[in-house]
Design a protein. Structure first.
Length: 165
């Protein structure tokens, strides 16, 4: 482990000697992730990008990319672009990244089942803003906007997300 690693457990996040309240998937942390199971996959995950919603938040770090109006993330195992960033129109099941709520105003992308996805192993595991304190996710890791922005000022593309079961 390095001092750039973000450690995640069911209790929250540890980074740079600090602890942050955070929430994992509604089904907890698992060693056997499947699409739609509501669990966060245990393991060591690379950070592969940061997306942000312009107009709602300033560019949070130099490696962040803007979310565009038609950006989506495919979560349909039948989609040839399963677990990939894509755009509308899109005929397969997906999540819109440009949302009316602030949930995806900032997204840290991980390499979970990416870029070469195994169908059914689970789509994107993001780090994003929570709906409300300690509200569970569908498998992502969520924390307050303030704490997420604090992390983004300090992490690097070489940082890793270490999820402990």
């Amino acid at each position: 482990m390095t001092n750039l690693d973000i450690k995640v457990s069911k209790w929250g996040i540890r980074f740079a000697g600090r602890s942050f309240p955070a929430r994992v998937g509604k089904s907890g942390i698992t060693n056997s992730k499947n699409e739609g199971d509501g669990a966060t996959p245990a393991g060591i995950h690379k950070l592969v990008g940061v997306l942000y919603r312009p107009g709602r938040v300033a560019k949070p770090c130099d490696w962040a990319v803007q979310i565009k109006l038609n950006d989506i993330w495919s979560d349909d195992v039948e989609d040839p672009a399963y677990n990939m960033l894509n755009s509308l129109p899109h005929e397969y099941s997906h999540e819109r990244l440009f949302r009316s709520d602030p949930l995806y105003d900032i997204i840290v992308l991980t390499d979970w089942n990416w870029p070469y996805s195994v169908k059914g192993r689970g789509s994107a595991i993001f780090m994003h803003t929570w709906r409300k304190p300690r509200h569970p996710t569908e498998g992502c890791i969520a924390l307050s906007r303030k704490n997420l922005l604090w992390l983004l000022l300090r992490i690097k593309p070489s940082s890793r997300l270490i999820v402990i079961a």
